[in-house]
Write a protein that binds this ligand. Structure first.
Ligand code: FAD
Ligand code: UDP
Length: 370
């Protein structure tokens, strides 16, 4: 056979796996159905600004091993994500911290803020939170839930907050310090020169074919490689035999504006339910750009159908059950490794995708004869 491995998908999972295989002397072919490499972290340069074509991406991790790994390919800048929330024209700091509590209730000390939240939590009388709504109210009380969580969440997921799993909201920090850093992680930043640089370095020296959909050329492709690393949709791989896994998708509306600075921040969330988009991204601020113009993107969430991009796995009870069935089928395919956000059906961040790829590669390496 011509190749040892066929890697389906040039996103972070496929690129990290291919890099490690190539370093071990394996012959690899990477394909992607898109016309570019990088999957969802791909950026397009417009007027000198790296535009995150598939949504804003901020790298963050607490793992020194993963941080060192990405830094071995590209240097990172000091960007710290501190998004704002716009609720009906009023601005609040995120994540939920002393600045937010001051803006909402004019409380100035952690003790006052905690008392305010405690009062609202007691009133709600929730014993064990069973869904996102109950989880949110138990953490921050009803005022914040109504102004900063409910509208955003129901737009983002297209479901009532009472029908969503609690874990989605557990990603967000709640702190009683005046600290607007959206993440609790030790390391954070944006690759200097953009994410494409990271992917280019990972795939350096590896054969890549773009614009190739695995399912169209499956028969021929399978004959060319001993093993497959598959990072596309797992339900599609098994021809949807157990039904479709559901995803949320986003429609991105990109605009070039003839102003230097449109909103003064990289990310502004619109948390009311009537504004049809969830957030506006102003890309230049990720890299402290000084260009005369700016590029902004509005994100409109909707349900994903076959044919549009599946961005967010919906890890509710129904979909988790369906995924388990596909996972069992995957275990019966000895020559295929399934990995990444779509093949593992997980709401993974970039650092978690890299960790998963490195762990699966380590296991695969045990099968090498040398
Ligand atoms: P992908 O990047 O989706 O790559 C899969 C690739 O496979 C794609 O290029 C696709 O075209 C290709 N493919 C699929 N099917 C086929 C096929 N049949 N044939 C050929 N090719 C195929 N993470 C963070 O850490 N920080 C963030 O701020 C952050 N923000 C995000 C914002 C949004 C809007 C989204 C959607 C995700 C965000 N993430 C963020 C998560 C991050 O994008 C993922 O963790 C990571 O990029 C996933 O990499 P992957 O390789 O698993 O998947
Ligand atoms: N969320 C919210 N209000 C906000 C931001 C986030 O209620 O202003 C909730 C929402 O349910 C969202 C979840 O927190 O899906 C996780 O937010 P995050 O910013 O991590 O989402 P992502 O960047 O993955 O889209």
């Amino acid at each position: 056979m011509k190749y040892d491995y066929l890697i389906v998908g040039s996103g972070l999972f496929g690129a990290v796996f291919a890099h490690e295989l190539n370093k071990s002397g394996k012959r690899c072919l990477v394909i992607d159905k898109r016309k570019h490499i990088g999957g969802n972290i791909y950026c397009e340069k417009i007027e000198g600004i790296n535009v995150h074509k598939y949504g804003a991406h901020i790298f963050h991790t607490s793992s020194k091993r993963i941080w060192d790994y990405v830094n071995s390919f590209v240097e990172f800048n000091r960007f710290t994500n501190s998004p704002l929330a716009n609720y009906k024209g009023e601005i609040f700091n995120l994540p939920f911290n002393m600045n937010t509590f001051y803006q909402l209730w004019r409380v100035k000390t952690p003790e006052e803020a905690q008392a305010k939240i405690r009062e609202q939590v007691l009133k709600a009388n929730i014993k064990t939170p069973k869904n996102l709504e109950e989880q949110a109210i138990s953490l921050v009380g009803d005022d914040i839930y109504q102004k900063l969580i409910r509208g955003y969440t129901e737009k983002q997921w297209g479901r009532k907050a009472t029908e969503l799993p609690a874990f989605i909201i557990k990603r967000l920090p709640v702190r009683f310090t005046f600290d607007n850093n959206y993440f609790n992680d030790t390391y954070q930043g944006i690759p200097i020169g953009g994410y494409n640089k990271l992917i280019d370095k990972l795939l350096f020296g590896i054969e890549v074919k773009k614009g190739i959909d695995f399912f169209i050329y499956k028969k021929e492709l399978e004959k060319q490689a001993e093993k497959i690393i598959f990072t596309g949709k797992i339900d599609e791989y098994f021809d949807y035999q157990h039904g479709e896994l559901e995803y949320r998708t986003l429609n991105f509306e990109h605009d070039i504006l003839e102003v230097k600075n449109f909103q003064g921040n990289a990310v502004v969330n619109y948390t009311d339910k009537n504004t049809p988009y969830t957030r506006i991204i102003e890309h230049k601020h990720f890299e402290f750009g000084k260009q005369d113009i700016t590029v902004v993107t509005k994100e409109y969430p909707s349900e994903s159908r076959r044919g549009n991009e599946p961005y967010y796995p919906i890890n509710d009870v129904k979909n988790s059950r369906t995924y388990k069935k596909y996972e069992k089928l995957a275990a019966k395919e000895p020559n295929v490794i399934f990995g990444g956000r779509l093949a593992e059906y997980k709401y993974y961040d970039m650092h978690q995708v890299i960790a998963s790829a490195l762990a699966k590669f380590k296991k695969e390496r045990e099968t090498f004869n040398d």
